[in-house]
Design a protein around this ligand. Structure first.
Ligand code: FAD
Ligand code: FES
Length: 251
């Protein structure tokens, strides 16, 4: 992990309230899927913002971000040539075992972005089915990436794109048809992950989830990001996660 002086080469809107920023670093970083960066968007007075690394290509690193509050709105207004400090790669990331040939990706909201990195890392080595939920048609993004999966089922909360359901319901419907993966990788809002946990426990499927918590340092030092484990212990989402075995975390 390094604190890079990264230069923005592109920063543009890709869907309703969603922007994509690409940084150039002074070297090619070693990143695995599901890891994230902590971006210093506002000099010293604002905390850094944790954002999943969506794509890497040589010295270029791309993040997709939803406009939410002060930090992401500041980032949106930064043009090519702007220099920012970006700490990366952080966290453990997703890992698919050699024996796990069929992978299901279940993503919703901003959770779709780390799943793009999984597809880029494992897409040619595994049979990947992606079940992706968006709020509505305007929020649909990343489709050109997800279409590279063996199967892509995109759905929306209001039915304006794909069927009217959420990503967990889309996954459950496919499971019912007998399409059973060896492992499930997921990222999305907590209620979505909670519903997924109930489903995978019932189906006895291995499942790993990437969690979102408010963060400070991003490197395990400040304890801002702790979450509860099922064994009563605490874990730091930034350092011990953000990816956990769903059995191990309280959702
Ligand atoms: C590991 C990880 C990966 C993430 N990946 C993405 C991604 O790929 N794309 C994306 O759009 N968002 C992602 N998020 C959420 C993103 O960090 C927040 O939306 C963002 O920090 C909001 O900042 P803000 O200044 O615009 O909002 P504000 O609400 O003004 O932020 C105030 C403070 O709360 C924190 N915060 C607010 N919402 C969240 C949140 N949901 N999770 C964590 N901290 C939050 C901010 O970092 C900041 O410190 C990720 C979060 C984590 C922990
Ligand atoms: S953000 Fe500081 S310990 Fe996780």
């Amino acid at each position: 992990m390094k604190d890079y002086q990264a230069v923005i080469v592109k920063n543009e809107k890709i869907a309703e309230n969603i922007h994509e920023v690409t940084f150039e670093l002074n070297e090619t970083p070693k990143v695995r899927c599901g890891q994230f960066g902590n971006i210093a968007v506002g000099g010293t007075h604002l905390l850094r913002r944790p954002i999943a690394i969506c794509k890497t290509e040589g010295n270029l690193v791309t993040f997709c971000y939803q406009l939410k509050g002060e930090g992401t709105r500041k980032l949106k207004d930064m043009g090519a040539g702007t220099r920012l400090n970006v700490l990366l790669p952080l966290g453990n990331g997703f890992y698919v075992e050699e024996t796990e040939k069929k992978v299901a990706l279940v993503g919703g909201g901003v959770g779709v972005f780390p799943l793009i990195s999984v597809l880029r890392e494992y897409g040619t080595k595994k049979e990947i089915s992606a079940y992706i939920g968006y709020r509505n048609q305007g929020a649909v993004c990343g489709v050109e990436e997800f279409k590279k999966a063996s199967k892509f089922i995109g759905v929306t909360d209001d039915g304006s794109y794909g069927e009217k359901m959420n990503a967990v319901q889309a996954f459950a419907a496919d499971l019912e048809k007998g399409n059973r993966p060896d492992v499930v990788l997921a990222c999305g809002p907590t209620p979505m992950l909670r519903a997924l946990k109930t489903l995978v426990e019932k189906e006895n499927l291995p499942c790993y989830v990437s969690l979102e918590e408010r963060m400070g340092c991003g490197i395990g030092a400040c304890l801002v990001c702790v979450c509860d484990m099922t064994n009563g212990a605490k874990a730091r989402v930034c350092k011990d996660g953000p990816v956990f075995d769903v059995k191990d975390v309280v959702l």
